[in-house]
Design a protein around this ligand. Structure first.
Ligand code: GLU
Length: 311
């Protein structure tokens, strides 16, 4: 499609990698999809390093990710934001929710929740437990039982999951992803979120938190997740290799094909810059594949075969 005219010039998108390792093909796809959608709308494309979950972070992965984006010509607007430097912002939101009486400490263990059938039954709501040593949950007053994703279509959420009070600060004191991602998207004025379909289900809670905080909900589009085999996301755990930084063209070309975008054969481009420029100019939202997963099989160095995985 031609990009949504209403957002020309006011579009703000983002790529939000967790620095738990170098960029692999799957994370490049998410970066590229959000970049193309932003640039085709003449929008801003921001990069946010999601380094809140400190135990999972790898030293130097953030600068490696940024150097890789640079090598692929995916240049971001403004300054890169680091979640590890934004604790005051998250604490402010927690304090606001606390003053409104919307959050409470919970001491339930994983084992106890498993015994409840896998979903927490909101039993600590009226217990007045101490805040320290306990997780903090938000009362779910804006349950989302379904939403429309711009690519994946209707997403239904089981009502019991939609009504679960969820954790916004972990027992170890770290702010939870579900809180920080929404606080950051609000603070950075993000209008469009384009990311991998592994985040489809968590989107419902994010929408509910936007509603709870009385903020407008961004436009969500989830591109297929790159998987090693059905159900297995490409990741460090299953040995997804870091993408080639010195010769980006073949991998960039493969990522555009993964995203169903119109590209000529590789020999027709002089540089990765020319390839990316062509991709922005010819971006076609309607060609983004409407499947939740695509299997990626390496066939030779920097070359891949793609097999869509249907629901
Ligand atoms: N940091 C998350 C990840 O790397 C992405 C979060 C998001 O795009 O909302 O999976």
């Amino acid at each position: 499609m031609s990009p949504n005219a209403e957002y020309f010039g006011s579009y703000r998108g983002r790529f939000a990698p967790s620095p738990s390792g170098p960029l692999h093909f799957g994370s490049l796809v998410a970066a590229l999809a959000s970049y193309l959608d932003a640039k085709a709308h003449h929008g801003q494309w921001l990069v946010r390093i999601e380094d809140i979950d400190t135990p999972r972070m790898i030293d130097g992965a953030d600068s490696d990710i940024l150097a890789t984006l640079d090598a692929y010509g995916l240049h971001w607007d403004g300054t890169v934001v680091y979640q590890s430097q934004r604790h005051a912002l998250y604490q402010d939101t927690l304090n606001t929710l606390n003053k409104l009486g919307l959050v409470y400490p919970c001491q339930c263990t994983r084992k106890e929740i498993k015994a409840m059938g896998g979903l927490y039954d909101n039993r600590c709501r009226n217990k007045s437990l101490p805040q320290s040593q306990n997780a903090i949950r938000i009362e779910q007053h804006f349950p989302i039982t379904g939403f429309n994703d711009a690519i994946q279509g209707r997403v239904d959420i089981p009502p019991s999951l939609a009504h679960e009070d969820y954790i916004i600060r972990r027992r170890d004191g770290l702010f939870a992803y579900q809180l920080v991602v929404v606080v950051d998207d609000i603070e950075q004025g993000i209008t469009h979120i384009v990311r991998g379909a592994d985040l489809l289900e968590p989107t419902a809670r994010q929408i509910s938190l936007f509603n709870q905080l009385k903020q407008s909900v961004p436009f969500y589009s989830h591109v297929p997740l790159a998987v090693a085999k059905p159900g297995f996301k490409l990741s460090k755990q299953n040995h997804a290799p870091a993408i080639n930084k010195t010769n980006p063209m073949p991998t960039l070309h493969a990522a555009l094909r993964f995203l169903g975008q119109p590209v000529d054969s590789l020999e027709n481009y002089d540089s990765s810059k020319a390839l990316l420029q062509h991709a922005v100019q010819n971006y076609d939202f309607n060609r983004l594949p409407k499947v939740p997963e695509i299997q990626v099989r390496p066939t030779a160095e920097d070359s891949f075969e793609f097999i869509p995985v249907h629901r």
